[in-house]
Ligand binder design. Structure first.
Ligand SMILES: Nc1ncnc2c1ncn2[C@@H]1O[C@H](COP(=O)(O)OP(=O)(O)O)[C@@H](O)[C@H]1O
Ligand SMILES: [Mg+2]
Length: 351
């Protein structure tokens, strides 16, 4: 069986990590060998999954047979990437290079790209029936989709080609003979080894290009085949972010077809007939009725907002209810999505 992939994306705080874990628990309970790669789980969720001290390497979740979890470790991912794509000497130099560190730590897409690499690794290991990927929040989740392309641009792009020359080996030799002494001289004048270091760094970075661009293309392909699910809530900010998703990913294959509205109030709150009961004191009845009718109009507003959103982008609409206690155990996670049939439909069927 090939690995099914669910990518859970959306703005920060909407419940991506929670729903990733909930879907993964449910899949494992259906007999699928499941791995969830998670980003920044809230403390108690991490405890529930026993992923307190996890890194890129998946570890079995003690509470849930058949489920493994990993936590994205960006630094470790970048180190592994450099070792994969550069010769040992270049790899060592790059990893010790402060410019490279800055690129890996501060380039906004770097975390998103590392998550894509992890996803590809897990898919290609063929260890899992289902991989659930909780995406990093960079760019409201969009970076995860655009990072592979951007990575190719940054490392293979015009600026770097212009700085380092079109073909690396010849240029490198040339640079050793000609440019280097000139840069050394300039650095002597400037009083530090700055230019020479930058030149070495750019050259080393460029040497990653072939391997990295092939890899980035593989990640793009995995993304096209994956099922993407956008999580939102019916509040203005998450909705705006979700809108960006469907507008900016319009042309990209792998565009999500499902939107989940998380933390939804019970639809039954629009029904206020119980308040007409003669058993209630008049003043209690009035106060409660006003309170409930406010909630009822909020539920109606959310309903309209969701319908309009789903219709506009031709999406399947799924509700996940608001839970009074945020789920912090595998049972509570499974319960949270148990009623969301159209969401669970995306899980592969166990063989
Ligand atoms: N359906 C829900 N009902 C109640 N609380 C929820 C629900 N989904 C998520 N939460 C809570 O909302 C907060 C944000 O969720 P989280 O999964 O960390 O979001 P994200 O990963 O998108 O940033 C957490 O405290 C989580 O426990
Ligand atoms: Mg999260």
């Amino acid at each position: 069986m090939s690995t099914g992939v669910l990518v859970i994306t959306g703005a920060g705080g909407v419940g991506k990590t929670t729903l990733s874990a909930a879907l993964a628990v449910t899949a494992a309970r259906r007999g699928l060998r499941t791995c969830v790669i998670t980003v920044d789980p809230a403390r108690r969720l991490a405890d529930a999954l026993g992923i307190d001290s996890l890194g890129n390497h998946p570890t079995e979740v003690g509470e849930q047979p058949g489920l493994a979890a990993a936590m994205l470790d960006v630094t470790a991912s970048w180190e592994a990437m450099v070792h994969r794509h550069a010769d040992p000497e270049t790899a060592e130099r790059l990893l010790a290079d402060p410019f490279f560190r800055a690129l890996a730590d501060r380039f906004p897409a770097a975390q998103a790209y590392a998550a894509g690499e992890q996803m590809a690794e897990h898919i290609e290991s063929h260890r899992w029936d289902l991989l659930v990927v909780d995406t990093p929040p960079a760019g409201g989740g969009l970076d995860f989709y655009t990072a592979p392309g951007r990575m190719k641009e940054v490392i293979g792009g015009r600026l770097l080609r212009w700085l380092t020359g079109a073909s690396i080996p010849g240029r490198r030799a040339l640079y050793k003979v000609t440019a280097r002494p000139a840069l050394k001289l300039a650095d002597t004048v400037l009083g530090g080894p700055l230019l020479e270091e930058i030149a070495v760094f750019l050259m080393d970075l460029r040497s990653l290009y072939d391997g990295l661009s092939r890899r980035a293309s593989a990640i793009e392909l995995h993304l096209q085949r994956a099922t993407s699910i956008v999580v939102a809530t019916a509040e203005p900010t998450p909705l705006r972010e979700a809108r960006r998703f469907f507008e900016e990913l319009e042309a990209t294959a792998g565009r999500p077809e499902t939107v989940v509205f998380n933390k939804q109030l019970p639809a039954g709150w629009t029904d206020t007939t119980s308040l007409r009961s003669p058993d209630l004191a008049q003043d209690v009845r009035l106060a409660a009725r006003e309170n409930l009718s406010n909630w009822a109009s909020e539920v109606r507003r959310q309903h309209d907002v969701k319908q309009e959103f789903a219709a506009r982008y031709k999406l399947n609409l799924v509700d996940v209810p608001w839970a009074e206690d945020a789920p912090t155990s595998v049972d509570a996670l499974a319960d949270l999505v148990a009623g969301s049939v159209d969401l669970l439909r995306h899980l592969p069927t166990a063989t």
